[in-house]
Design a protein around this ligand. Sequence first.
Ligand code: SF4
Ligand code: SF4
Ligand code: SF4
Length: 221
Amino acid sequence: MAKSPEGTARKAAERHVSQYAFYFDQHRCTGCKTCEIACKDFHHLDGELALRTIYEFAGGSWTQDSLGSWSQDVFCYHLSLSCNHCTNPICVRFCSSDAISKDKRGFVTIDPGLCVGCQACMTACPYHAPRFDEGRGITVKCDGCRERIAEGHLPVCVEACPQRALWFGPYDDVPHSKYVVSSVAPLPTSELTQPNLFIDPCTDARTHTADAGSVMNIYEA
Ligand code: SF4
Ligand code: SF4
Ligand code: SF4
């Protein structure tokens, strides 16, 4: 599953796909941010602006028992996240100028010519996927590299990951019974927007309902 051969992407480009999905193997991710930087480089994004973010989620503590012995339950894991091209994209409903739409292949994109920079989509999206481009005065977000997909290539972030932790392809090609749909903390419940993101959680992963841990590298919207 984590292998992402170009052949699979080429076959997907040739057949009708109504929805694509990301798959993230959390066991493999080292938090190196190569995916984030490759996307920034490809899209010529400067400074802090990024369409993919690597969250570092950690928690736990050290405790000392009555004999002075220390024990710990410290944990830390990473989560690579961009837009999930949700089945129920709340960003579309909140957009004040009809600039966001979901196309027939399931890609949710922002039309830069229609965006007025009101940032309503940024407020609505529970995944902080839309980001404000100060230089252009509009909101931008991951488009799933849909032009590359149409040409039979993989998204830049997927291709760049040295650990093969990311996969992107037709939703129906994901073995649904085996993986959870984005219920790993710090992500919210998937019921809000029905994200097309599958995660194979690592051993340390906490669910979104667990009251343990926090994001260590907080994204400032
Ligand atoms: S490039 Fe791969 S291993 Fe590195 S942060 Fe991204 S998903 Fe994780
Ligand atoms: S992740 Fe956010 S921006 Fe992307 S489709 Fe879902 S609600 Fe919209
Ligand atoms: S799919 Fe493309 S636009 Fe989206 S995060 Fe990956 S590289 Fe960036």
